[in-house]
Design a protein around this ligand. Structure first.
Ligand SMILES: CC(C)(COP(=O)(O)OP(=O)(O)OC[C@H]1O[C@@H](n2cnc3c(N)ncnc32)[C@H](O)[C@@H]1OP(=O)(O)O)[C@@H](O)C(=O)NCCC(=O)NCCS
Length: 191
């Protein structure tokens, strides 16, 4: 099995075809999807198959865009982290967008904080990555906390400048440059 990274409780690995029914079960939940820019809702088997095909293409090219998050204890899929070219305007060359979600049953256990640290490190292994960027809704406090704990800097709230659904009209941009990542203290024992 390909493993991109391992943390205390989690595996970051490719999405597997056998997991598509589980992906649908986790993702077809408005409480999850309402915060995500491009994920369809309702989320169907066909959406999962199309998504899987895009992950396979990126994996084959050697630059994964989706890291499935699985529990180390049983290898069950619980969510995912994306690293992809930024959507929207105003980004610089070398900016890589990070986005993520967890099935609702897995919220509030520190899993995403654990996962994004590992995926951010993978993002900066790519020599072309100059900065990680992200956007959150001003109402998504959990996600803001995940990014803050990752060491990302919060920009000014601004109007959404790309076609976004979900009724949001404002977004907060976040950024973490390679220099800022390099200056982070190395925590002993961290994965
Ligand atoms: C955002 C999301 C990924 C957070 O995952 P998570 O594993 O529950 O987050 P963590 O447990 O690592 O929490 C990170 C921090 O936020 C805090 N937090 C968690 N839920 C919170 C909430 N609802 N309100 C405020 N703070 C919250 C935690 O206490 C933690 O801080 P701490 O370590 O200082 O205690 C998850 O809620 C989710 O999948 N939401 C739907 C999809 C989504 O919003 N994606 C991001 C789009 S920008």
């Amino acid at each position: 099995m390909v493993i991109y990274a391992e943390t205390g409780r989690l595996l970051l690995r490719p999405l597997e075809k056998r997991e598509l029914p589980r992906l649908v079960a986790l993702m077809d939940d408005w409480d999850v999807v309402r915060w995500l820019v491009v994920v369809p809702f309702p989320y169907t088997k066909r959406d999962a198959e199309e998504f899987y095909a895009t992950t396979e293409r990126a994996n084959a090219e050697g630059t994964p865009q989706f890291y499935a998050i699985a529990l180390k204890s049983n290898n069950h899929l619980i969510g995912g982290v994306g690293l992809h070219p930024p959507r929207g305007n105003g980004y610089a060359e070398g900016d890589v967008e990070i986005g993520y979600w967890l099935g609702k049953d897995y919220w509030g256990h520190g899993f995403m904080s654990e996962a994004v640290h590992a995926v951010a490190a993978l993002g900066f292994v790519r020599p072309t990555t100059r900065a990680l960027v992200a956007t959150t809704s001003p109402n998504n406090k959990a996600s803001q906390n995940v990014l803050r704990k990752l060491g990302m800097r919060e920009g000014e709230v601004r109007p959404l400048n790309y076609a976004v659904l979900r009724g949001g009209t404002q977004t907060i941009p976040w950024r973490l440059t390679r220099e800022e990542q390099d200056k982070k203290p190395v925590v002993s024992g961290a994965d």
